[in-house]
Design a protein around this ligand. Structure first.
Ligand SMILES: *[C@@H]1O[C@H](CO)[C@@H](O)[C@H](O)[C@H]1NC(C)=O
Ligand SMILES: *[C@@H]1O[C@H](CO)[C@@H](O)[C@H](O)[C@H]1NC(C)=O
Ligand SMILES: *[C@@H]1O[C@H](CO)[C@@H](O)[C@H](O)[C@H]1NC(C)=O
Length: 485
């Protein structure tokens, strides 16, 4: 069934309505007895909130345990892809989802436990402006990103290993190209493209899992750069994005590399901060595409609880979107996205406490991408043309130290979500859920110096004479088609 614009509602609260849409709807629509019950519940919840707000514990465990299955797949092409800005949605009935799961030999439903807790959300989104926005800068402007207010909502129970396993399974790449159906529903511009051939390798996909009652949804992002790890297709756009988001300075790894922006100063480790932020905020990135997918889903189910998830680069994008909209997010094996979050000016300490926001990153120490050691001329990332130089994460990290405790070797193959699921998450007795905590004392790109034109001149460091020049590799890794083991 197609939605008309008139049927759509935006689910974030207006500035004049501090109550969440769910509470608002309950109060205004239901008949009197239900209203009383609702009010009583509200009072109980308020009491619990006030009494437990200081403790970082779940406020209330819900007895509801929604069972989610594949409901939609969104695809948003980039503006430079074969089909520029194509934005589509494929809907799945329960039977179709069951058939796909069956064919792939994958589970069909994913059960998640939830509890009530604190979160942040933007105080004043302006949906119309946001829909029209193309770049992160326009998005941020449209939603007044700096005004976040505290809110309470249902969060995934990340202390429960079955819930974490379910979330990981939902990010599994096996769902990427489930079949060859052609009945995509165009959101926005109509595209008379009946075959998906040729555009799988461009853009961003969001897989939506939901329960039959439409109360709870998990949106899992997948960037196509997953191809780097699986041997599948990888677009230049992916490398551009990743190198912009996860490198110290425009992927200026060496003079032989093609850089993604011109912000480095001279031949030393200096990078123009103003230039860097301008390039990032004014470019279309997977982050901006992912925000559109989230807005679309939140619009379709205005009263639902939505969580974000993702593995690897898809997880980083999920995290950035989660921080932007205050959406609970659980990621797996993502590269350090703290630097990207800073460059986008997303809410960060000291303005907010990362212990307060529902943002969890699961990973293990044998994954070079997660711990930030997939760098240098001998690494897989280098061979693939990826400058993954960051290692610090936002929110809380939940780390299985398999290197020290189990003697695992650091190996890029352990990055795959399939391996994490089979070797860690499915063995909860051997690998219990680790403690989740902030990464304090973590520093990214320590060698680099970021002079900012907006700083007073005295703070611009010029003491770089002792730092050696960046060595050149023997060839340009961008020219390679596939990564080699
Ligand atoms: C779409 O393309 C098909 C074949 O390429 C053509 O037969 C059909 O008329 C087109 N439909 C529209 C609405 O343009
Ligand atoms: C859930 O949403 C779908 C649209 O995706 C709709 O067809 C269905 O009727 C909804 N179910 C309930 C119980 O509201
Ligand atoms: C830094 O970048 C900004 C914006 O691109 C530019 O105006 C400025 O001149 C640059 N500063 C230096 C020192 O290169």
């Amino acid at each position: 069934m197609k939605l008309t614009c008139a049927q759509r509602r935006f689910n974030l609260p207006r500035p004049d309505n501090p109550l969440s849409p769910r509470v608002h709807a309950m109060r205004s629509v239901q008949p009197l007895p239900t209203e009383r019950i609702g009010l009583l519940l509200l009072l109980i919840i308020s009491y619990l909130v006030v009494s437990y707000a200081q403790q970082q514990k779940p406020l209330l465990a819900s007895t509801l345990q929604p069972s989610l299955s594949l409901r939609h797949i969104y695809h948003h092409s980039s503006s430079t892809g074969k089909y520029p800005n194509m934005f589509r949605r494929m809907d799945y009935s329960g039977i179709q989802a069951l058939q796909i799961a069956d064919n792939l030999g994958k589970p069909y439903t994913f059960s998640v436990k939830q509890n009530l807790g604190r979160r942040y959300r933007p105080a004043s989104p302006l949906p119309y402006l946001m829909r029209a926005a193309q770049t992160p800068r326009q998005m941020h402007y449209a939603m007044g990103i700096h005004n976040m207010e505290i809110d309470y909502g249902l969060l995934p129970d990340v202390a429960d290993s079955d819930t974490v396993l379910s979330l990981a399974e939902m990010t599994n790449n096996a769902y990427s190209d489930p079949d060859t159906r052609e009945d995509w529903y165009d959101l926005g511009t109509k595209w008379n493209v009946t075959s998906s051939f040729g555009w799988e390798s461009d853009g961003l996909r969001g897989h939506v899992f939901g329960d039959p009652d439409n109360t709870t949804f998990v949106l899992s992002f997948k960037g196509t750069s997953a191809g780097l790890w699986t041997g599948g297709p990888t677009g230049e756009k992916d490398k551009f994005n990743d190198n912009l988001l996860f490198s110290c300075c425009c992927a200026r790894v060496s003079r032989a590399w093609r850089t993604v922006c011109d912000c480095f100063v001279g031949n030393t480790y200096q990078c123009n901060q103003t230039c860097l932020e301008t390039s990032l905020l004014d470019e279309e990135t997977y982050y901006s595409l992912a925000m559109k997918v989230y807005i679309e889903l939140a619009d379709q189910y205005p009263d639902a609880t939505i969580w974000l998830s993702g593995h690897s680069l898809g997880g980083s994008v999920a995290s950035l979107v989660g921080q932007t909209f205050g959406v609970p997010t659980v990621t797996f094996e993502i590269p350090g996205e703290r630097l990207a979050s800073r460059r986008f000016h997303l809410p960060a300490p000291p303005a907010i406490n990362w212990d307060d926001i529902p943002l969890w990153h699961f990973g293990h120490t044998a994954d070079p991408l997660f711990v930030g050691v997939c760098t240098g001329p001998s690494s897989t990332c280098w061979y693939g043309g990826f400058a993954m130089e960051t290692r610090c994460h936002t929110g809380k990290v939940c780390v299985w130290d398999v290197v020290n405790e189990k003697g695992w070797r650091v190996d890029i193959r352990s990055h795959r979500i399939h391996d994490v699921i089979e070797n860690i998450l499915k063995k909860p007795e051997e690998f219990p859920i680790p403690e989740c905590k902030q990464e304090l004392e973590c520093v990214d790109c320590a060698l680099w110096d970021y002079p900012d034109d907006r700083d007073p001149p005295s703070t611009i460091s010029t003491s770089c004479s002792t730092i050696p020049e960046i060595p050149d590799p023997t060839e340009d890794p961008w020219k390679r088609k596939k990564y080699r083991q």
